[in-house]
Design a protein around this ligand. Structure first.
Ligand code: UDX
Length: 444
């Protein structure tokens, strides 16, 4: 068969045999969604316990719709879970690498797991495979991946590398996967491009094709831009506080300009989660490595951390002495609709309050059991009203929608001092003030 007719075959192919290595958050969502599109997917993880659980369709993380999707795909025999990379590689045309790239102490991404997987894939390479990076990796990782697979491949050296970053938000990952703003594919051969174009065709989303380095960079640049946007409005919020202006209205006015947009302009105690803090740190290190001092990003990170301290300072300014005062923290997850507490601003805030010897009571509808494992000397409550009993301050850290229906008349009676520190500008300030609360938001 000529090269051209082989390529047009890929173009026509609708379904692929896919192996996703890494059944973490990104890998599992990708595996389930590829299976939903009709592909046959094998999901591999070296954590035997996790694979056993997944075989019983027990999904380890709280992500709306994921368990249902996994269940359906397993039932239709489109998705299976195994422990062996060898079988996964052998049975697939496309291999997605979605293993963790956690930060080292310096902020640089630790690529140990990725390199290990590359060697394993190389060992079992027996025919042409398209090997795709899905994990968030520093620019030029694709090059190293290629070198490494070449070096360790035994029987076959026919493969392509591609980069296909994910842009999934926790809590909306399935929608973000199936209805993306864009699909980015970084490739260095026509064959790799055709395969990935065909794979993503059913989504009908705009596809941006680039070289591998550029695709890798798009991921870090996107997350860093969004994080900087949040820090920008948080810096404005400090000016608003001193100049007696309202940051919510400033954000509204600024965001009405289509070139800027309204999203990610909510001032508050800053960003957390498993992506923004890690990716910002990693991007600072990546820039350093290529000889660029990315001061803007360094500052975005500093502003983000300052917002947490500033929130505690505001509470302290109001209550004067925090020792033996009771602060009810509402929400510990890094954002609503998730039980994820990784890099959650609330954790730092609670630690700072504890350092001042305040009594901290916490309520979170989903994240309490995770938070209990990392926070000592804090009492966890079963509901908002228990947390607020005899409290001197209600400190809102995560804007769970259920907090929009609180009975503030009842709360006023329960609290020792009716004071609301609103870390997400979530509550109706005028209403609270009318009811006799002392209200402090961010930048208003
Ligand atoms: C993010 C990116 O949005 C996603 O594209 C990427 O793939 C992974 O990282 P996620 O971490 O799930 O997703 O959360 P996101 O909804 O983006 O929020 C991140 C943090 O920013 C949260 O702590 C949130 O509270 C905070 N945030 C968001 C603000 O403080 N203000 C805003 O205006 C928006």
């Amino acid at each position: 068969m000529s090269q051209n007719s082989k390529l047009s075959n890929y173009k026509k192919q609708r379904y692929f045999n896919i192996c996703v290595i890494g059944a973490g958050y990104v890998g599992l969502v990708a595996a389930a969604c590829f299976a939903k599109l009709g592909n046959r997917v094998i999901c591999v993880d070296n954590d035997k316990k996790k694979i056993e659980q997944l075989k019983k369709v027990k999904v380890p993380n709280f992500e709306p719709g994921l368990e249902k999707l996994v269940k359906e795909a397993v039932r239709k025999k489109k998705l299976s879970f195994i422990h062996s990379i060898a079988k996964g590689v052998k049975d697939s045309q496309i291999i997605f690498i979605a293993v963790g790239t956690p930060p080292k102490e310096s902020g640089e991404a630790d690529l140990t797991a990725l390199e290990h997987v590359a060697r394993k894939i190389a060992e079992h390479l027996d025919s042409y495979k398209l090997i795709v990076e899905k994990s968030t990796v520093p620019v030029q990782t694709g090059l190293r991946l290629k070198e490494s697979i070449r070096r360790y491949a035994k029987r076959c050296r026919e493969f392509d590398i591609a980069s296909n970053p994910e842009f999934l938000r926790e809590g909306r990952a399935i929608d973000d996967f199936l209805k993306p703003d864009r699909v980015v594919i970084g490739v260095e051969s026509d064959k790799a491009e055709k395969i990935l174009q065909a794979l993503y065709k059913p989504l009908g989303a705009p596809v941006l094709v680039t070289d591998i380095n550029t695709a890798e960079l798009i991921k870090h640049a996107s997350n860093s831009f969004l994080a900087t946007k949040i820090s920008f409005i948080n810096a404005i919020s400090l000016i608003c506080e001193r100049a007696k202006a309202d940051v919510s209205k400033v954000a509204e006015g600024v965001g009405m300009d289509k070139r800027i947009g309204r999203e990610f302009l909510k001032a508050g105690i800053g960003y957390g989660g498993s992506c923004f803090p890690k990716d910002v740190l990693a991007f600072i290190q990546i820039a350093k490595k290529v000889g660029v001092d990315f001061k803007l990003l360094e500052e975005a990170k500093n502003i983000n951390l300052y917002q947490r301290r500033h929130f505690v300072e505001k509470i302290k300014e109001e209550l004067w002495i925090l020792k033996n005062k009771t602060i009810a923290v509402l929400g510990v997850s890094f954002k609503p609709d998730t039980d994820d507490i990784r890099q959650a601003p609330a954790l730092d805030i609670i630690k700072m309050l504890k350092k001042e010897n305040a009594n901290v009571k916490v309520y979170d509808p989903e994240a309490a059991s995770k938070a209990k494992k990392v926070l000592g000397g804090v009492s966890f409550c079963n509901n908002v009203y228990d947390a607020l009993y005899k409290a001197d301050c209600l400190a809102l850290c995560t804007e769970w929608s259920q907090f929009s229906n609180l009975d503030f008349r009842k709360i006023k009676k329960l609290m020792r001092y009716p004071f609301v520190a609103d870390g997400r500008n979530f509550f109706d300030r005028e209403k609270l003030q009318r009811l006799g609360f002392r209200y402090l938001g961010i930048g208003r």
